[in-house]
Write a protein that binds this ligand. Sequence first.
Ligand SMILES: NC(=O)c1ccc[n+]([C@@H]2O[C@H](COP(=O)([O-])OP(=O)(O)OC[C@H]3O[C@@H](n4cnc5c(N)ncnc54)[C@H](OP(=O)(O)O)[C@@H]3O)[C@@H](O)[C@H]2O)c1
Length: 264
Amino acid sequence: MAEKTKSNLPAAEAPLTRRPRAVVIGASTGMGAAITRKLAAEGYLVAALARSKKTLDALCAEINAASGETRAIAYAHDVTETAKVSAAFQRVLKDLGGLDLLVYCAGVMPKVELDEFSLEKDQAMIETNLTGAIAWLGQGAALFQRMGAGHLVGIGSVAGDRGRVLNPGYNASKAGLDTYLEALRNRLTKLGVHVLTVKPGFVDTEMLKSTPRTFGVISPEKLADGVWKAIKARKQVVYIPWFWRFIMLAVRMVPSFIFRRLSF
Ligand SMILES: NC(=O)c1ccc[n+]([C@@H]2O[C@H](COP(=O)([O-])OP(=O)(O)OC[C@H]3O[C@@H](n4cnc5c(N)ncnc54)[C@H](OP(=O)(O)O)[C@@H]3O)[C@@H](O)[C@H]2O)c1
């Protein structure tokens, strides 16, 4: 994690006006950047993490200039370096002075050919989309369990609902994240902690460029609005846009002997 100067930190606030605090992992582009902007606009102080520090710095500068005060702080962090996650989490916690919401958004989806089986690509997806998520969500879960409060949000995908021909490693990483979040929810809901699984359809980001066929594409801003509404409503699982819930219900019901004949 990169060193930050003290001047980046927000001025001390009066105890009665405490700002809610969030960390967004995978905040530099796409949905993560849109969610960071949305949370800052909703009054949060946000720690924004990703590898591209320059992009994060520009994002935070834009947010802070628009609000006239520090609402977003940039941290360089690579989620595949899991040995550094605990220290990064503690650093964020100390800088923000607490935490109310953790959003795990980091993800990769390299292009995989239909006849390709690349351990290197599959490993990159598992390490970023799943192991990194477990490392960060686990830190948040331990803290929120002690607090008896807090929101944990994981950006999964409709791709986690069924194994498809296009990218088995991506499907597996998102299915693993889905099950991990469900297990966290079953542990933590009774303690007052909210766990939200977000399953986007197609969102207009850099990642979508490696997807051959798309429809019903939405903007990252629309996705961020949906995530925010789901957090406020303490939803458990949300498909964005909503119609994906029905598409995936139908897709999950297709028997395997038919499903394997489809190019879906
Ligand atoms: N776009 C879609 O249609 C779609 C649909 C369903 C689900 N999703 C999921 O949505 C999430 C966000 O993706 P996106 O569409 O917004 O794509 P994106 O613009 O490519 O964003 C991916 C984010 O993950 C970060 N990231 C990647 N590897 C990282 C690493 N090793 N350490 C830290 N951060 C890392 C990237 O930042 P750096 O490169 O700066 O590190 C970036 O901020 C992903 O989990 C993706 O699987 C996307």
